[in-house]
Design a protein around this ligand. Structure first.
Ligand code: DX5
Ligand code: ZN
Length: 229
């Protein structure tokens, strides 16, 4: 039930393909793909051509997190580039319902992302169009930041909302957390309500200490923590 989604933001971009293969081989479930535009967030990363480049080398779900404004223009491009899941920040779209529909029409699963101060009510009238809600444990833009503690209460609230929706409709929505997830807080974050865990620096920096190619031990340590929940 718990999924681990390493964020390639902290990978070695000079050998990205190898990093993706190794992290999947080390037990990752999804590849989290952070897209930043130096407009919605003060940083810049990678676009559809990089997604297209890693698509043929792995079967793992590619979980695209759009930190861009405007949103819609890139949805089709990422779908064509092989994304499985596309999520965006509601503040970055003029028409949230339309952007969500566009993601589904392009054959991907859809998610909404909530910054630490973004209210959860953005999900209210679009629950049936969501496959995932992603709560940020940090302000978006950079890896390696500290988890903001108030996110735990917000995760609990998000979990209540998606479970109520599942009881009423049978439709399941995942609750993903992104930012500041480490081995020592992942169990508490799971208890608060998350079922899918993005981790960038915790995984890729641990790998850099010893054997640069393997991430087994940190992913195994995260799974061991999750097994205690
Ligand atoms: C932040 C990104 C995250 C980031 C997480 O804007 O959306 O996915 O890579 O990095 P860590 O796990 O280091 O906080
Ligand atoms: Zn992200």
């Amino acid at each position: 039930m718990y999924l681990i989604a390493p964020s390639i933001l902290s990978a070695d971009f000079a050998r990205l393909g190898e990093e993706v293969l190794n992290v999947v081989d080390s037990g990752a479930d999804w590849i989290h793909f952070d897209v930043m535009d130096n407009h919605y967030v003060p940083n810049m990363t990678v676009g559809p051509i990089v997604c297209q480049a890693i698509r043929p080398i792995t079967q793992a779900v590619i979980d695209v997190h759009l930190m861009v404004k405007p949103v819609d223009r890139l949805i089709g491009d990422f779908a064509k580039a092989g994304a499985n899941l596309v999520s965006f920040h509601p503040e970055a779209s003029e028409h949230i319902d339309r952007s969500l529909s566009l993601i589904r029409e392009n054959g991907c699963q859809a998610g909404l992302v909530f910054n630490p101060a973004t209210p959860l009510h953005y999900m209210d009238y679009v629950m049936d169009k969501l496959d995932l809600v992603l709560l940020m444990g940090v302000n978006p833009g950079f890896g390696g930041q500290r988890f903001i503690p108030s996110t735990a209460g917000k995760l609990y609230e998000a979990r209540e909302r998606v479970e109520k929706h599942e009881r009423e409709t049978g439709h399941r929505v995942r609750v993903e957390i992104d930012g500041g997830v480490k081995v020592d807080n992942i169990a508490a974050i799971a208890l608060a309500g998350a079922d899918t865990f993005v981790a960038g620096s915790a995984i890729f920096e641990a790998g850099k200490d010893g054997d640069p190619h393997r991430y087994d031990s940190v992913i195994a340590a995260m799974r061991a923590e999750l097994a205690r929940v």
